[in-house]
Design a protein around this ligand. Structure first.
Ligand SMILES: C[S@@+](CC[C@H](N)C(=O)[O-])C[C@H]1O[C@@H](n2cnc3c(N)ncnc32)[C@H](O)[C@@H]1O
Length: 197
């Protein structure tokens, strides 16, 4: 990480960070990308030396980049279905030069969950229920897809070993397997920290 980027990560300086991206991406930030202070808090719980953390639906990489900046000994990966968002994430990561951050372009259903130890989830499937509040119209959305992705993720998380950590931001309880216990919360319950029993 390079010294000249320290200013981007100042607590509550989201506007400066969002300047890394073009205007249309910046405009989406308040609704769709994790704020810096939330990402810092979430990653504090998820980070462990040599662990691999996955952001399920990584957008333009704001969570992974912030988490990677604050936790250099942990690897943060993101999977993103929209190609333009994935490319913006790659570009931002390359500019900041964070060796512990990586992005994958694809659908989370194609991913090998065994390669990841802990997980971050910012209500990524919600646009299937409220497409009018979504990022754009580039992907198919439907209530069926919401159920399909939710069931898929529930199964994958449930298959993880005891001690697996999960942080949800604006998530709902029906997206958490019953095998996960609520450990903590922050930001008036918007951020929840879970652990597999
Ligand atoms: C609310 S945004 C969060 C972005 C990022 N995690 C952050 O916190 O800044 C959710 C993202 O999940 C992506 N997404 C939704 N369903 C997905 C799927 N099935 N596979 C991959 N990405 C998905 C969306 O395209 C969107 O960019």
């Amino acid at each position: 990480m390079q010294e000249q980027f320290l200013d981007l990560f100042r607590f509550d300086e989201d506007l400066a960070f969002d300047d890394l991206y073009p205007r249309y991406i910046k405009n989406l930030s308040p609704t769709h990308w994790t704020p810096l202070n939330i990402a810092e808090k979430a990653s504090e719980f998820l980070a462990e030396p040599n662990a691999r953390v996955l952001d399920i639906g990584s957008g333009v990489g704001k969570f992974c980049i912030t988490a990677g900046f604050y936790n250099p000994q942990t690897e943060f990966y993101g999977i993103e279905q929209r190609q333009d968002l994935f490319l913006h994430a790659e570009l931002a990561k390359t500019n900041i030069n964070l060796p512990n951050v990586g992005f994958i372009h694809g659908n989370l259903t194609e991913l090998n969950f065994e390669e990841y130890d802990h997980f971050y989830f910012f209500n990524s499937f919600y646009e299937n229920l409220k497409p009018e509040n979504g990022i754009d119209k580039k992907v198919k959305t439907s209530a069926e897809l919401y159920n399909y992705y939710t069931d898929f993720l529930l199964k994958k998380l449930d298959q993880k070993p005891s001690g697996t950590k999960l942080v949800t931001y604006h998530g709902s309880k029906n997206q958490i397997p019953s095998s996960y216990q609520l450990i903590d919360n922050s930001f008036h319950w918007a951020l929840k920290m879970w652990m597999r029993e």
